[in-house]
Design a protein around this ligand. Structure first.
Ligand code: SRM
Ligand code: SF4
Length: 598
C-alpha cells in the first residue's frame, strides 16, 4: 500500500469510520480488505494470518487462516485485578493466551472476525480501551513501572494519563462501531477516572479532530516518561521522552527529548534508528502543551509522501534540532522554555523481586518469559498463577516495558501467600531465579507466527539462545552482570534491539543481523557487527565478546563501558554529544557491511 493511499484512506474515512461497521457485520468473509485494515489499526486491532499455516493453505489454494490481534492501552501499564481477569477470560476468544507488550500494553492474538466486536466491547467494559493503540496517532504512553508512593512517581503516572487523554483521537466512530453507540453507563465504570479514554471518546462530537485534523499524523507517535536513574521506559527510543525534575519536594518541570525511533529497513540507508535528542526543559504546567506543540509540528512538517521516512526522527533530522526547537517554541507563545537538564541513567531494567513501595506495602516484580501469559506444559503456568493472584489477592497489576509484571500494593501479611501461588504455578521471580535472565534483560518481539512482517523467528527463538548464553555467563562468572539482549524478527525494531548490548535483527529464516555495543542504560546505539549470523552461531559469537569482556574489563566496569573503551568510543558521554557520532558510525558500518552484501 503506497503512502499516498494511506493518506487518502484516512482523509476519506469520516473520522476513521470507513465501512468497518458493515464489514464486521458481514459474516460471509473471514477477512477485511487492506484499506479497511489501515483504518482498523486506529481502533487498536490488526488483521493477521497464521504464518505457520500460510504456505500449506496457499499451496492448497485455500483462504489464509485470518484472525485479528487486539491491543489494549493502559497508560503506564496499569491494570486492576478485575480488568486482568476480564482479559484472562478473553484469552479463550483468542489463542488461549495474552502477550504483554514492551509498551506496557496487552495483546490478544487470533481473534476471529466474528468475535472482534465482542472482545473490544469487553475490553472497554473492563474500563480500558483499544482506541489509538495502533495507527497514525499517539500510542499508549509509557511510564515508570514501579508503584513507588512518592511525589515523582505520582506525577509521572498522572502525566501518562493526561497525555493519553489529550491525544486520543476524537470521533464517535469507535463507540458506534464497537459499542453500538453506547454512551458511558456509570454502572460499568466503577471509577470514572479509570476510564477517561472511553468516556471521552463516546462523548466526543463528530467532525474534524482538533489535534489530528482529517489526516491524523504522518506516522505512529510514541511517548514515554522515566524517572532517572531508571530508564525503564527506554526514553531515547521514543518520539518524545520525558524526565521529571524535583525541586523542594515538588515536580517543577520536565526535560523533553525528541526524535527517537528504531524502525529501519535492511539495506535502505535512508532509514535508520535514532536516539532522542534533548529539546528543552519546561515547567510542569506547560508540559502537555509542549507535547502538543511537538505533535502538531510533526503533523504539519512530517513527510506525508514516503511512509518509510515519515516518523518524527526524520522530521527532526530534516529541520535540524535547532530549527525543530524554534518551530516548537513558536507554537508555545508566552511560555518560557529552558535548557534541557543534564540527566544520567543507569539502567533500563526492571527492579525484579520484592520491594517496599513507601506506604508500608510491598510490590513484587515478576519475570515473565517473553511477556507471554500462557500455561506452558513444560514451564511456568503464568495464566493460572496470575489469575489466582488476581482472584485471591486482588492487587493492582502493572505491565513493565520489559514485558514483566508487577504485583502492587501487597500487604506484607500476604507476601508468603503470593510467593506460594507463584511457586505452585512454577513462576519464579528474581530472588529464586539466580541466573542471568533475572538480572539481564532479554526480550524478543512477537514475530512468527502472527506478525505479517516477520522475516525470522524471535519470541519463539530467543529463550533457546538465552539458555546457551546463560550457561556461558555462568561458566565465565558473569551471571550477575547487567547485559541487555534483545531480538526482533525484522528490522522494524519492535524489541528495541538497536540500543541493546546485543541486538539480533531478523533477516531471513534462522538468520539475524548482529548488533553490539548499545548500553543497558538505553542511551547508546549499537553498531552492526555481523550482517548475517545463523541461529546456531549466536551463542558462540556472543561468547567471544563475553570472553574478551572478562579478560579486558577494569574493576567494576560493565559490559557497555568495556565495549565503548575497547572500541575507543570513550566512556559513555551525555547523549546529546554522543548520538550523532554513533548514528554516523552505524550508517558507516551499515554502508560497508549491508550495502557490500547487497
Ligand atoms: Fe512494533 C509493527 C508488535 C513495539 C516498531 N509491531 C508492528 C506490528 C503491528 C506488525 C505489523 O505492522 O503488521 C507487530 C505486531 C506483531 C504481533 O503479531 O503481535 C508489532 N511492536 C509490537 C510489540 C507487540 C512487540 C513486543 O514485543 O512487545 C510492541 C507493541 C507495543 C504496544 O503496546 O504498542 C511493539 N514496535 C514497537 C517498538 C518499541 C517501542 O515502541 O517502544 C518499536 C520501535 C520503536 C519505534 O517505533 O521506532 C516498534 N512496529 C515497529 C515498526 C517500525 C516503525 C518505523 O518507524 O519504521 C513497525 C512497522 C510499521 O510501523 O510499519 C511495527
Ligand atoms: Fe513483527 Fe518485525 Fe515488529 Fe518483530 S520487529 S513484531 S517481526 S514487525
Amino acid at each position: 500500500m503506497s503512502k499516498a493511499s494511506v493518506e487518502e484512506i484516512k482523509l476519506e474515512s469520516h473520522g476513521l469510520r470507513g465501512q468497518l461497521a458493515e464489514l464486521f457485520a458481514d459474516t460471509s468473509s473471514p477477512s477485511i480488505p487492506d484499506d479497511a485494515n489501515i483504518l482498523l489499526k486506529h481502533h487498536g486491532s490488526y488483521q493477521q494470518d497464521d504464518r505457520d499455516q500460510r504456505a500449506a493453505l496457499v499451496k492448497a489454494k485455500q483462504e489464509k487462516a485470518w484472525s485479528f490481534m487486539i491491543r489494549s492501552k493502559m497508560p503506564g501499564g496499569r491494570i486492576s485485578s478485575e480488568q486482568w481477569l476480564i482479559h484472562d477470560d478473553l484469552c479463550d476468544k483468542a489463542m488461549g493466551n495474552m502477550r504483554l507488550t514492551n509498551r506496557q500494553g496487552i495483546q490478544l492474538h487470533g481473534v476471529l472476525k466474528g468475535g472482534l466486536k465482542e472482545v473490544i466491547h469487553n475490553v472497554c467494559h473492563s474500563g480500558l480501551s483499544t482506541m489509538g493503540a495502533c495507527g497514525d496517532v499517539v500510542r499508549n504512553t509509557m511510564g515508570p513501572a514501579a508503584p513507588i508512593k512518592d511525589t515523582l512517581h505520582a506525577d509521572t503516572q498522572r502525566l501518562t494519563e493526561e497525555i493519553s487523554q489529550r491525544f486520543l483521537w476524537r470521533s464517535t466512530a469507535y463507540a458506534d462501531i464497537w459499542l453500538d453507540g453506547e454512551k458511558i453507563d456509570p454502572e460499568w465504570i466503577k471509577d470514572p477516572e479509570v476510564n477517561p479514554a472511553v468516556r471521552q471518546a463516546t462523548q466526543a462530537p463528530e467532525g474534524e479532530d482538533p489535534i489530528y485534523g482529517k489526516l491524523y499524523l504522518p506516522r505512529k507517535f510514541k511517548i514515554g516518561v522515566a524517572i532517572a536513574p531508571r530508564n525503564d521506559s527506554d526514553i531515547f527510543s521514543q518520539d518524545i521522552g520525558l524526565v521529571p525534575n524535583l525541586v523542594n519536594g515538588a515536580v517543577e518541570g520536565y526535560t523533553l527529548f525528541v526524535g527517537g525511533g528504531f524502525g529501519m529497513n535492511h539495506g535502505n540507508l535512508t532509514t535508520r534508528p535514532f536516539l532522542a535528542q534533548p529539546l528543552f526543559y519546561i515547567h510542569r504546567a506547560h508540559v502537555v502543551d509542549a507535547i502538543e506543540a511537538v505533535v502538531t509540528t510533526q503533523r504539519d512538517h512530517g513527510n506525508r509522501e514516503e511512509r518509510k521516512n515519515a516518523r518524527l526522527k526524520y522530521t527532526v533530522q530534516t529541520m535540524g534540532i535547532d530549527g525543530f526547537r524554534a518551530e516548537v517554541t513558536r507554537r508555545l507563545p508566552g511560555i518560557e522554555t529552558f535548557p534541557a537538564k543534564d540527566i544520567q541513567f543507569d539502567t533500563v531494567e526492571d527492579n525484579l523481586g520484592w520491594h517496599e513501595q513507601g506506604d508500608g506495602k510491598l510490590y513484587c516484580a515478576v519475570y515473565v518469559s517473553m511477556g507471554r501469559i500462557d500455561n506452558k506444559t513444560d514451564g511456568p503456568q503464568y495464566r493460572a498463577g496470575f489469575r489466582e493472584i488476581a482472584e485471591t489477592i486482588g492487587c493492582p497489576i502493572i505491565v513493565t516495558a520489559n514485558t514483566n509484571l508487577i504485583l502492587a500494593d501487597i500487604d506484607p501479611a500476604d507476601k508468603a501467600k503470593v510467593d506460594a501461588i507463584l511457586a505452585k504455578h512454577g513462576i519464579v521471580h528474581a530472588h529464586d531465579v539466580g541466573f542471568t535472565r533475572a538480572r539481564t534483560v532479554a526480550h524478543a518481539c512477537v514475530a512468527l507466527p502472527t506478525c505479517g512482517l516477520a522475516l525470522s523467528e524471535s519470541e519463539r527463538a530467543l529463550p533457546g539462545f538465552m539458555d546457551s548464553i546463560d550457561a556461558t555467563l555462568r561458566d565465565l562468572g558473569l551471571e550477575d552482570e547487567p547485559i541487555l539482549f534483545r531480538m526482533t524478527g525484522c528490522p522494524n525494531g519492535c524489541g528495541r534491539p538497536y540500543n541493546a548490548d546485543f541486538g539480533f535483527v531478523g533477516r531471513a529464516p534462522n538468520k539475524w543481523a548482529m548488533f553490539v555495543g548499545g548500553s543497558i542504560r538505553g542511551n547508546r546505539l549499537a553498531g552492526l557487527e555481523f550482517k548475517s549470523v545463523l541461529g546456531e552461531e549466536i551463542p558462540a559469537k556472543v561468547r567471544e565478546y563475553l570472553e574478551a569482556f572478562k579478560a579486558e574489563r577494569q574493576p567494576g566496569e560493565i559490559f557497555a563501558d568495556w565495549f565503548a573503551r575497547a572500541r575507543e568510543l570513550g566512556p559513555t558521554p551525555a547523549v546529546e554529544q554522543f548520538h550523532i557520532e554513533i548514528a554516523e558510525r552505524n550508517a558507516r558500518l551499515a554502508g560497508e557491511k549491508i550495502e557490500a552484501a547487497g
